[in-house]
Design a protein around this ligand. Sequence first.
Ligand code: AMP
Ligand code: ZN
Length: 467
Amino acid sequence: MRLYNTMSKRKEEFIPLEEGKVRMYVCGPTVYNFIHIGNARPMIVFDTVRRYFEYKGYDVNYVSNFTDVDDKIIKRAIEEGVSSEEISKRYIAECKKDMEGMNVKPATTHPLATEEISGMISMIRTLMEKGYAYEKNGTVYFRTRQFQDYGKLSHKNLDDLRSGERSLLVTGEDEKEDPLDFVLWKPKKEGEPFWESPWSEGRPGWHIECSEMSKKYLGDQIDIHAGGEDLVFPHHENEIAQSEAANGKEFAKYWLHNAFLNIDNRKMSKSLGNFRTVREISEQYDLQVLRFFMLGAHYRSPLNFSAELMEASKNGLERIVNAAENLKFLMKNAEEGMTEEEEKAFSRTDEFVKAFEEAMEDDFNTADAVAAVFDLVKFCNTNTDEKSSRGYLERLLDVLKKLTDVLGIIVEKEEELLDAEIEKLIEERQAARKAKNFARADEIRGELLGKGIILEDTREGVKWKRA
Ligand code: AMP
Ligand code: ZN
């Protein structure tokens, strides 16, 4: 298996640190709002990477954090007049619902930054003891120049960085020894959440979170560290500096970065007003369509989101699901006893499996892997009929499911909920809300969403529709 390593700028053979195991860390979202479809890209592509490793028989320890303390969360909390914790808890729950809709597996561990502060403090202490960090007026900085390899991931050298140093100076940080130094711990401002530390009541910097959580849940050295390409510098560069300085070992062997998702060929941003949340998309499409859309491109290629491409993905996905439905339909009246001819025909599917695996082995080329699935679909459609045996049909369906499962695409629709069952759950949700059991009410909403039922609370009562 070959994967492109941002560190070496080339594809490298994957050799795990420990045989049969993969230790993988993926930087997660900052939870101050619903996740947008750009955030969904790393979730989907690295979930697919994980699934492929599992398909190959690896035991994957997959860690992805939630950044639940941050300026944006604090700002949102002030705007709403609630605590930061309320904001982050709310959007972690919402994010998990979206992940479920996109069939992104829960991580082995989803650590929360706020629950790992003591580990971060001890890591900062180690860095100070080793001369890699210093304190000024309650703020602790990393002494960037002290770390010889700084810039090795983003391929920047310190002198180039220095020439752009003015932009590195953040207000209030003019006491730094060097403009390249970055914050490990900062004192609280009035009204902000804070934790006790040897230096001040305050909170950790963003980069130290990931260094500490990766160390705690995966160890000093990991196989793969991943995230969107905007994280290469400074976030991942700083993580490397902190982790390698503190632990004295190479941090991650392979660095994987997904390219950005744009909308209608423009960068997605709040100021352009073309910002789309996953939740908004779920009102129009099954989130499986969004997942399938993301996998239609290689993860290192920029991807453009548009209505036409989503329609095309919807049709493509339907073709795959229909092929599976058709096999199941034929199975109903099929007889036992696979013929020799069927044996022979079935062996031809090896070719599609091989093409699929070759694509995935080549730096997770999901676009080509999807093409192999379409070839298999075509084969299934043209090489089966009412006379096909049950065994033959079952084996075809198994192959189809094996491959689509790697992509996280569900081909077997769950039994659809009947209208009456939906109404019953809605009634139960209303009762739960009345009893102020909002957790249960939310759970029901999530359960329905997972089955493609969208609820809308209106003045006339609750309305629902199928996605
Ligand atoms: P954030 O919450 O901004 O830290 O982002 C969480 C993850 O989403 C990071 O891995 C980002 O690199 C990634 N990300 C943010 N915006 C986009 C985008 N437009 N396209 C692809 N990935 C993105
Ligand atoms: Zn991170």
